[in-house]
Design a protein around this ligand. Sequence first.
Ligand SMILES: *[C@@H]1O[C@H](CO)[C@@H](O)[C@H](O)[C@H]1NC(C)=O
Ligand SMILES: *[C@@H]1O[C@H](CO)[C@@H](O)[C@H](O)[C@H]1NC(C)=O
Ligand SMILES: *[C@@H]1O[C@H](CO)[C@@H](O)[C@H](O)[C@H]1NC(C)=O
Ligand SMILES: *[C@@H]1O[C@H](CO)[C@@H](O)[C@H](O)[C@H]1NC(C)=O
Ligand SMILES: *[C@@H]1O[C@H](CO)[C@@H](O)[C@H](O)[C@H]1NC(C)=O
Length: 465
Amino acid sequence: MKLSILSLAALTPLVAAHFKLDYPTPRGENEDIMTTFPCGGLAQSSERTKVSISDGSFPVVVTMGHMQTAFEVLLSLGNDPGTNFNVTLVPAFGARGLGSLCIPHVAFDEDTLGINITDGMNATVQVQSNGDPTGGLYACADIEFSSSTEYSKPSSCKNNTNVAAAPFTGEAAQRNANESTANGGVQSGGSSTSDSDSASTSTGGAVALQTAAWGMLGAAVVGGLKAALNSAQAPYTQHLYVLLDNQEVARQLQGCPRGSSQHTILDFQELTNNWPNRPLRCQAIPPGRVHVHWIPGHAGITGNEQADEQAKRGTMSTSQTNSSPARYAWALRTLKEEFWRRFQLYWTENAPQQYRDLSISLDKRPHELSLPRATLGRLLAARSGHGDFAQYHERFRHEDANLECSCRRPKSPHHFYYCRKGRKASPQPWGSRQVDEILRSKSGTRDFHEWLQESHFYSSICPAH
Ligand SMILES: *[C@@H]1O[C@H](CO)[C@@H](O)[C@H](O)[C@H]1NC(C)=O
Ligand SMILES: *[C@@H]1O[C@H](CO)[C@@H](O)[C@H](O)[C@H]1NC(C)=O
Ligand SMILES: *[C@@H]1O[C@H](CO)[C@@H](O)[C@H](O)[C@H]1NC(C)=O
Ligand SMILES: *[C@@H]1O[C@H](CO)[C@@H](O)[C@H](O)[C@H]1NC(C)=O
Ligand SMILES: *[C@@H]1O[C@H](CO)[C@@H](O)[C@H](O)[C@H]1NC(C)=O
């Protein structure tokens, strides 16, 4: 028997958990009020993590529940610091992937703190991220500086596979993560006017979102179900699975609705009952039914975010009403086209800043993929700024990194273009073309490859160590 699964996705209320602070020991966890500045609304903890003064650094570990997140690590000195997080330990950076991210050495010293640290002094660390969709998410850990504690790395300090983080550059690096988008942009609708203004706007917004969440969630489920009923795959689908990470909603959808969401739930149940009688069903496909399942939240579940995103789009897109079942080839082509269209849309909104600056457009078969791997690696590093570059090492405090090229200039993504030793080693083939064009165009990247071969630039002139 053929079993098609049309996953309608995990619909999440707008205030659901997005990241979790694992180390230093956090004040607690309450997803619902994590949008409250400061500290996600949680009061000071009696448990303070001891931090080694002699080492001058401590690890910070978070579990990420979003595919892309802007983070920042702040500190406030004193026993109960209130809102005064005026020390930036790690400026805003972008992280990708789900699961653990560990920064092993978040450094502090007299210069950053403005005072000499003594044994027993207390402080609070706040990790903040961008919100969803606006505002911020906040988690705090209370710490105590200690001269009798050695630096130690908790076992949770590792990076999950496919997790990557890189500093923001330019203006994005100056912005607070709670006022940034996941990729370092300005939050739409978010104002960065006066401090008191933006703080109160954000609290007001959070309250409104919390009250709205239930109603919106129910509406999204119904919208999603409607979209699924009318989707191009519906005729070939037997069972429909609705996966929710909100247990209460999942329970109510299947049982007796109560409270203000009754209407929405009844709409849902009516649609569900109609599923086996859907008019578009192919004869070969049994009627099937709608299953509602609760699945545990966001974090660490690969694909959940994408599913979420697809569901949201599904609820917004206009329904397709094919009068007769599609032919296989047609359906496949339509799906491919639709995928590409949505990917382009996604890319216009989410392309990294550096790619925008370089005007790198989207291509079904990116020409650079035909370059040998070593060159491709160098090219992507130069495009993204994520590589063996001085700014990158400084940002992440890689203490043993070699920050200079042998020509005595700092390593930078564009240094290969300007380095006089490089030029001497092999004449550069790019003539009057600018560095942007070398990094962007097909002929530029090809010349880049040839020149790297001739000059041995990254192996002899600017080696990693
Ligand atoms: C942070 O604020 C406190 C209290 O206002 C002040 O004493 C301290 O100098 C500030 N620290 C920095 C690094 O600005
Ligand atoms: C910190 O201590 C050093 C040496 O003990 C002293 O020279 C310096 O002035 C102190 N700094 C502050 C901000 O108190
Ligand atoms: C730091 O906090 C601990 C526990 O909250 C407290 O016992 C201690 O007195 C505080 N240290 C200072 C210097 O105030
Ligand atoms: C995790 O990745 C970040 C960014 O790439 C890096 O700075 C950090 O050192 C990594 N952590 C561990 C434990 O390797
Ligand atoms: C963002 O974080 C900063 C630093 O913690 C804080 O001063 C500011 O009020 C926050 N902005 C909003 C909109 O909450």
